[in-house]
Structures are given as C-alpha cells and as structure tokens.
Design a protein around this ligand. Structure first.
Ligand SMILES: Nc1ncnc2c1ncn2[C@@H]1O[C@H](COP(=O)(O)OP(=O)(O)OP(=O)(O)O)[C@@H](O)[C@H]1O
Ligand SMILES: O=P(O)(O)OC[C@H]1O[C@H](OP(=O)(O)OP(=O)(O)O)[C@H](O)[C@@H]1O
Ligand SMILES: [Mg+2]
Length: 306
C-alpha cells in the first residue's frame, strides 16, 4: 500500500491520494490540460516530482509514463494516467483497474522493417531474425505466437532492448526489424521503415490500484474526467422548429437522454436544445435545416456530468 515519502525535505503526503502523471513525453501536455479541466490546482517547484494539490487531498507524483502502471499495481501510487501499451508491457493488467480510456495518446505498436529489405513483407518474415524494441515482453509474446512456441523465453527470434530512438536500430546494423509505436508514421518513414504487422492499438487510460486507499476520491476524479470527456465529445445544438416536425427532428438528433423542448411565443413553434456528437454535427444541422428548423446554433460544452 502507498506510503508517505519519508524525507524531511519532501512534503507530507501521508493523508493524500497519490496521483501519478507522466513527467514528460507525449502524454505530458494532455495530462496537464486534463488536470486543469477537472479543477485540480497545484504548485510544482522546479525539479520537484511531487506537487501538493491545493484544493483537494491529493499529491501529484510526476513519473516516467513507463513506470506508472507498476507503481499503481504495487499500491505505491493510488491512481494514475499511462498508456495501455505500458500496462500490457509491464504485465500489470490483473493488478490495476482501468477506470477510463482518455481518448489521447492514441497510436499503434507495430512491427517494422526496412523498405530496402524487400524479402520482409510481414512479421512472419522476421522470425529467427534480430528485433530491437523498448517493448520486450509484447514483442516476445508476438514472436512466440508466430513461432508456435508457448514460452516467450524459448523463441528463436532475438529480441533486444533499447530505451529510445528505436527506429535507428536497423540503419545502424543492430536489427533486422523493430517494434515501436507509430502514430502519424513520420518517424517510421523518416528512418526508411514500413509497418509489417500490428501488435496492439493503444491510448491513455486512467487506472487505480485494485484496492485503492481513497475509493471515494478516486470515484470523484473518475466522474470529473468522464464529464470532461463527454464535454469534449459533444456540442449543444439549439434550434427552433414547427411542433408538427418535432418528432422527425428528434429522430434526427435524439440527444443523450432526450432533447429539451420549450414552447416559443410564436404559435405552434418550439425551441429545442439537444446534445449532439461533435463529429456528426454538420450532417445533423443539414438534416434539421432540410425539415424546416431555423436559427440552428451550435455551442461548445465546457463541462458535463451525467
Ligand atoms: N507518437 C505517439 N503518439 C501517441 N502516443 C504516443 C506516442 N508515443 C508514445 N505515446 C504514448 O505515450 C506513452 C509514453 O511514451 P513517451 O514517448 O511519451 O514517453 P517517454 O519515452 O518516457 O518520453 P520521451 O520520448 O520524451 O523520452 C507511450 O507508452 C504511449 O502510450
Ligand atoms: O508516428 P509518429 O507520429 O512519428 O510517432 C511515433 C514516434 O513517437 C514516439 O517517439 P518519441 O517522439 O516519444 O521519441 P522516443 O522514440 O525517443 O521515445 C515513438 O517511439 C515513435 O518514435
Ligand atoms: Mg518516447
């Protein structure tokens, strides 16, 4: 279970829920944005990896993303944000509870080979060859499947660990193929590589220990984050329509629960307010306009609670 940091120069965290956040890298900015959106305020001193939250009994702990799942699984940290890829690689999926998928940090863990090696068209073609990766366990598991071997430690493919800039390994002669994360594909292409197989699709997740020390506080954080994710996913659409066309309009945009309908002073007309998924709002506006809706407005939602 989580302990306070026993060091006179460190803040007292004994009564606080420890919340781990990636200290740098691809998830850092998005995590800080999310913390701010859910109303978490803190002061972080330069070079300090612990920051006390000023308006909740929480201490933020800034850690490498790759270590967060292990700390949460072991109970040294109560709640945290990391990638699904890291949970799977650290083999902690049975010891952490996944509260929410966060919709950022989306990418794929892919097997990649040099474009110049024309004989390698699929991951199978790399069986028995040299693979370099930061994802040793997931890579060994995939090659064990490809080789039909039940123990990933008994594969003939040679899997070697490097901690970063994995794409350089083929060009430098250390590997015949690599396994690394791909988002836009720019890094892969810049290194003269192409994807020959996908091991995992990943995104960021909010996780807790299976037996969190502060279950109520963890539930509050989960609710707040859920609210922000909903707010990001939806917009509020408002329009006026003849009551005769209301049923059709509600079929076009039924909302999350149901539209709010308010009578207008104008006889027979109503004002409708409804949540619509951002990605389809253009289509919905066109369809509402086609059946006679007027003054169709779309408003951003700053926050939401189910
Ligand atoms: N290109 C990317 N696009 C989206 N998500 C990514 C990308 N690269 C990494 N991630 C996600 O972020 C997690 C942390 O990786 P990241 O590269 O940010 O950490 P790091 O290697 O510790 O930082 P840095 O690369 O700055 O040294 C990954 O496990 C993955 O879930
Ligand atoms: O498909 P892309 O959009 O190019 O993103 C993929 C790159 O992002 C990550 O690297 P990062 O920038 O974190 O550097 P690192 O390899 O040193 O960790 C990952 O390891 C890939 O190299
Ligand atoms: Mg990285």
């Amino acid at each position: 279970m989580a302990n306070s940091f026993i060091n006179a120069s460190l803040p007292d965290t004994s009564d606080r829920m420890l919340f781990a956040v990636p200290k740098k890298g691809r998830l850092y900015d998005q995590c800080l944005g999310l913390l701010s959106s859910i109303g978490i305020e803190f002061n972080r001193k330069p070079r300090h990896d612990i920051a006390l939250v000023t308006n909740m009994p929480i201490a933020l702990v800034f850690l490498p993303a790759a270590d967060i799942a292990t700390y949460v699984a072991k109970g040294n940290i109560d709640i945290g944000i990391t990638g699904l890829d890291i949970i799977r690689e650290s083999q902690t999926e049975n010891d952490v509870a996944e509260l929410l998928r966060l919709g950022f940090g989306k990418c794929k863990l892919q097997v990649q080979a040099p474009l110049s090696h024309q004989g390698v068209a699929s991951a199978e073609d790399l069986v028995g060859k040299r693979i370099v990766t930061s994802f040793i366990n997931l890579t060994k598991q995939r090659f064990a499947e490809l080789e039909g071997v039940s123990d990933p430690e008994k594969i003939k493919t040679q899997v070697r660990f490097v901690s970063g800039s994995v794409e350089a390994a083929c060009g430098l002669g250390l590997a015949d193929g690599i396994v690394d994360l791909v988002e836009s594909g720019d890094t892969m292409r810049a290194a003269g590589l192409h994807a020959v197989g996908t091991i995992l699709e990943t995104e960021s997740v909010l996780i807790t220990n299976q037996h969190p020390r502060f279950p109520k506080l963890a539930a509050i954080i989960q609710k707040r984050v859920e609210g922000i994710l909903t707010a990001r996913q939806y917009v509020l659409c408002q329009y006026n329509i003849d009551r005769k066309s209301l049923e059709m309009a509600c079929r076009i945009a039924p909302g999350r629960q149901a539209p709010t309908v308010t009578p207008l002073e104008q006889n027979g007309w109503v004002a409708v307010s409804v949540m619509v998924e951002k990605k389809v709002v253009g289509d919905k506006m066109d369809a509402l306009s086609d059946i006679g809706a007027t003054d169709i407005l779309v408003l951003d939602i700053a926050n939401a609670r189910a």
